[in-house]
Design a protein around this ligand. Structure first.
Ligand code: SF4
Ligand code: SF4
Length: 320
């Protein structure tokens, strides 16, 4: 039996919605098949008021052993570091986050807001939001660079806006069943099993990427979304085309560019007008190239690819 507590800071509840839609395993499977005891969750918990405060205090004191502390949303520290803009159960949420993180065996940040700050931490960041252990790409965040939970692991980051349902439940199960050591974390503390490959891995438009055939509108059934529509699939670490959404599709399969939501900088360019769904170029060359490709190599590769493109690459071949 592993006790799990889930709290929510500056959030839209998107990751809770995602969690409740999980299929492999489902949220119910966590309880019935994997022995996870959900102590409290914002959408599922029944305790209120003093009862909830007592439960949280018992987790902090150790009277109730806290195995997994899951946090969704940013840590709101405004105004002036007090956290008073986000009070919960009688005190600033940030104080509960500090105490519960110290008490837990494992701390898991779910979604971009909890991992790196996400949209709320975008400049000018009026809520002074931070991720649990990162603020965008900078390590530290709210808990600080040196934080490790009782297990010895830092915060396990499961990013996404929202995170895919099954990324959430599979990581929770791995931790609850004693396999946390097998997860392996990358430099941003993301589980490598999900975040070592790219959104582009498994994309049905890869042939069009290779021949530099571009889609020019959302939903087109041919063409790659990188050249004009700002797709970040070649530089975003996610399994979105390996572990499909709703078990059947992904953004790029549906003709919608990947926006890079699993990377610390999301949303890119601070959402400045003209930067979303538009490939930023200098002299016709994208400012950001596929990870590991240099400018010279890109120019050589794409000019050869365009010349070599077969006629079918321009036809509607239903890559959705
Ligand atoms: S649509 Fe995006 S992910 Fe798919 S091949 Fe093109 S750049 Fe890569
Ligand atoms: S396709 Fe890209 S933007 Fe969409 S969920 Fe996956 S990583 Fe995020």
């Amino acid at each position: 039996m592993a006790n799990l507590l889930w709290l929510q800071g500056g959030a839209c509840s998107g990751n809770t919605m995602s969690f409740l839609n999980a299929e492999e395993p489902s949220a119910c499977d966590l309880v019935t098949d994997f022995g996870i005891n959900v102590l409290w969750h914002p959408s599922l918990g029944i305790e209120l008021g003093e009862n909830l405060q007592k439960l949280l205090r018992d987790c902090v004191s150790g009277a109730i052993p806290l195995d997994i502390f899951v946090f969704e949303g940013t840590v709101v520290t405004a105004p002036n570091g007090t956290g008073m803009w986000n009070r919960f159960a009688g005190r600033p949420m940030q104080d509960w986050v500090s105490d519960l993180s110290k008490a837990a065996q494992f701390v898991v940040a779910i979604g971009d807001c909890a991992t790196w700050g996400g949209i709320p931490a975008t400049a000018p960041n009026p809520s002074e939001s931070k991720g649990l252990q990162f603020l965008k790409r900078a390590k530290g965040g709210y808990l600080g660079d040196a934080f490790v939970a009782k297990s010895g692991l830092p915060v396990i980051n499961v990013p996404g806006c929202p995170a895919h349902p099954d990324w959430i439940t599979q990581i929770v199960v791995a931790v609850a069943t004693g396999r946390a050591g097998d997860i392996g974390l990358d430099e941003f503390q993301r589980p490598k099993t999900f975040f070592q490959s790219f959104t582009q891995t498994g994309c049905t438009r890869n042939m069009h990427f290779a021949y530099k055939v571009s889609a020019t509108e959302f939903g087109q059934r041919k063409g790659c979304l990188f050249y004009d529509l700002g797709c970040r699939g070649p530089m975003t670490h996610s399994p979105c085309n390996r572990i499909l959404w709703n078990r059947q599709s992904s953004k790029t399969r549906a003709g919608m560019p990947c926006m890079g939501c699993t990377e610390p900088e999301f949303p890119f360019f601070d959402l400045a007008p003209g930067t979303v769904f538009k490939t930023q170029t200098v002299m016709g060359v994208p400012k950001e190239l596929p990870l590991g490709v240099d400018k010279k190599g890109y120019i050589a590769l794409t000019s050869a690819a365009k010349n070599a493109a077969p006629r079918w690459a321009e036809q509607d071949i239903f890559v959705v």
